[in-house]
Ligand binder design. Structure first.
Ligand SMILES: Nc1nc2c(c(=O)[nH]1)N(C=O)[C@@H](CNc1ccc(C(=O)N[C@@H](CCC(=O)O)C(=O)O)cc1)CN2
Ligand SMILES: Nc1ncnc2c1ncn2[C@@H]1O[C@H](COP(=O)(O)OP(=O)(O)OP(=O)(O)O)[C@@H](O)[C@H]1O
Length: 195
């Protein structure tokens, strides 16, 4: 099996596993992740934050988005603009988000563009990842392309029950230095500041 086929198989497995997670665990892990994230000094110091808008199948990022807005950070979120390409667009209120590609809440096409170089802290989704920051995404290559040129701080959020240490890797995959689960923070695969 090629690495790409292995990834497809793992996506199917993780999506099936996710569908069986109890709602209470999902709520609890999302809340724990948001709590740890808001406590990170690197998040607190960030002026410009890039954060995904979580779907029902993902980490609920509402608390992070709300905190970024209320602490007067510049907040930008992904807007899919083409095959594997997303742009970072600024929002100033959550009601500016509308259902877009794949049913994900997105900013409208006239929301201001933010350059990735201006981002201090990025919060990234995954289907699964390892504690070392190897990431399995939805398969669109959106975040791979973003990570290929991004140089700011990045934290990958994942529920502990969906962590897998054996993520298939391809040459274009870029490991993410910080991984945050409801159990705490990992830095380059090493537990750091566990909460
Ligand atoms: N919240 C969020 N926003 C995001 C991403 C993400 O993973 N999460 N993306 C990260 O790349 C980009 C969108 N990429 C996506 C790429 C492919 C599929 C997709 O193929 N979905 C399938 C299966 C969904 C499922 O079974 O859970 C589908 O819609 O049929 C979805 C999103 C940009 N915005
Ligand atoms: N930097 C890049 N430039 C161009 N194409 C890329 C890049 N990174 C990945 N791709 C292409 O994107 C496709 C999807 O890659 P992959 O399966 O790793 O996605 P993923 O990380 O799961 O998805 P996502 O980043 O959207 O969550 C692959 O065909 C890959 O060749």
């Amino acid at each position: 099996m090629t690495k790409s086929e292995e990834k497809k198989q793992m996506r199917r497995m993780i999506r099936a596993l996710e569908r069986e997670l109890p709602a209470a665990y999902k709520a609890q892990s999302s809340a724990g992740i948001a709590r740890h994230l808001l406590a990170m000094p690197e998040y607190q110091a960030a002026v410009t934050v890039f954060c995904f808008v979580g779907t029902d199948r993902e980490i609920d990022t509402t608390a992070v988005l709300k905190d970024a807005l209320s602490s007067r950070k510049r907040l930008c979120v992904p807007l899919c603009v083409g095959d594997g390409l997303m742009e970072l667009r600024q929002i100033t209120a959550l009601d500016q988000l509308v259902p877009g590609a794949y049913g994900i809440l997105e900013p409208s096409a006239d929301a201001p563009l933010v350059d990735a170089d201006a981002v201090d802290f990025a919060v990234l989704p995954c289907l699964s990842c390892s504690h070392g920051g190897h990431r399995l995404g939805q398969g669109g290559g959106f975040y791979d392309r973003f990570l290929a040129r991004y140089r700011g701080g990045a934290v990958l959020v994942c529920r502990e029950k969906l962590i897998r240490e054996d993520i298939p890797l391809e040459p274009h995959d870029c490991p993410v230095p910080w991984v945050l689960t409801e159990r705490g923070l990992w830095e380059d695969g090493i537990p750091a500041r566990l909460g």
